[in-house]
Design a protein around this ligand. Structure first.
Ligand code: CTP
Length: 208
């Protein structure tokens, strides 16, 4: 299969030296890219800045912000059979980027933000993607309910959900426990290393 994977955070500039970002190490996306390549798939990884090495045999497009990730995905997705969206894309970006470094003044300051485009949510309609679509959902409450509604709204075949209120898994951790949420049922996988989980997930997705 030809597999497209988004990973890492996006960074949204405020001024020449500051930015907004999301807490994401990129580990899960990179582990999935490595696992898919290992199983003989052709893999394109589109990633925001991380400290990780690009897995061997994987094509790579680096991006910085949400708009660049949208453009990269929109131009590439139609060539792929499977798209997995693990990136922690900023939902909001500064309405304008200051050309010069902002100087401190008052005790409080207000930053005006605007919505970014939902890349996963655009895959079916705006990008006409007909392949297998897998999203990720990081939840702190009502995991199943929230993930199921994302799965249906974004017309995914599967949402891989994890509980980010737990400090022992997710985010920077090397282990994760995920619940697979399909349009009509769900299943929790045992806690495991992100590498093992990635291999397991690729095998499960091959089955779809
Ligand atoms: N995603 C995306 N583009 C965005 C935002 C999210 O592709 N602009 C993808 C993520 O890669 C992930 C999924 O959508 O696969 C996460 O869903 P989302 O609804 O954005 O999660 P939250 O931001 O946590 O949503 P909410 O604020 O509704 O909880």
């Amino acid at each position: 299969m030809k597999v497209l994977i988004t990973a890492g955070p996006t960074i949204e500039s405020i001024d020449p030296v500051r930015y907004l970002t999301n807490r994401s190490s990129g580990k899960m996306g990179y582990a999935l890219a490595a696992a898919a390549a290992k199983r003989g798939h052709s893999v394109l990884l589109i990633s925001g800045p991380t400290s990780l090495e690009i897995p061997e045999g994987v094509d790579f497009i680096p991006i910085e912000n949400a708009a660049e990730m949208y453009q990269a995905v929109a131009s590439q997705i139609s060539r792929h059979d499977l798209a997995i969206f693990t990136a922690a894309v900023a939902d909001y970006t500064p309405s304008k980027i200051a050309e010069q470094k902002l100087k401190k003044a008052e005790d409080e300051m207000t930053l005006t933000l605007k919505r970014t485009k939902d890349i996963l949510g655009s895959a079916r309609e705006a990008m006409n993607f007909e392949g297998i679509l897998v999203g990720f959902a990081a939840e702190t409450e009502n995991l199943l309910e929230n993930a199921r509604s994302k799965c249906l709204k974004k017309r995914c075949n599967l949402i891989v959900a994890n509980d980010v209120s737990r400090s022992d898994i997710g985010f920077d951790s090397s282990e994760n426990e995920v619940t697979l949420v399909y349009p009509d049922h769900s299943e929790t996988l045992p806690q495991d290393s992100k590498e093992n989980l990635a291999l397991h997930l690729i095998e499960i997705i091959e089955g779809i």
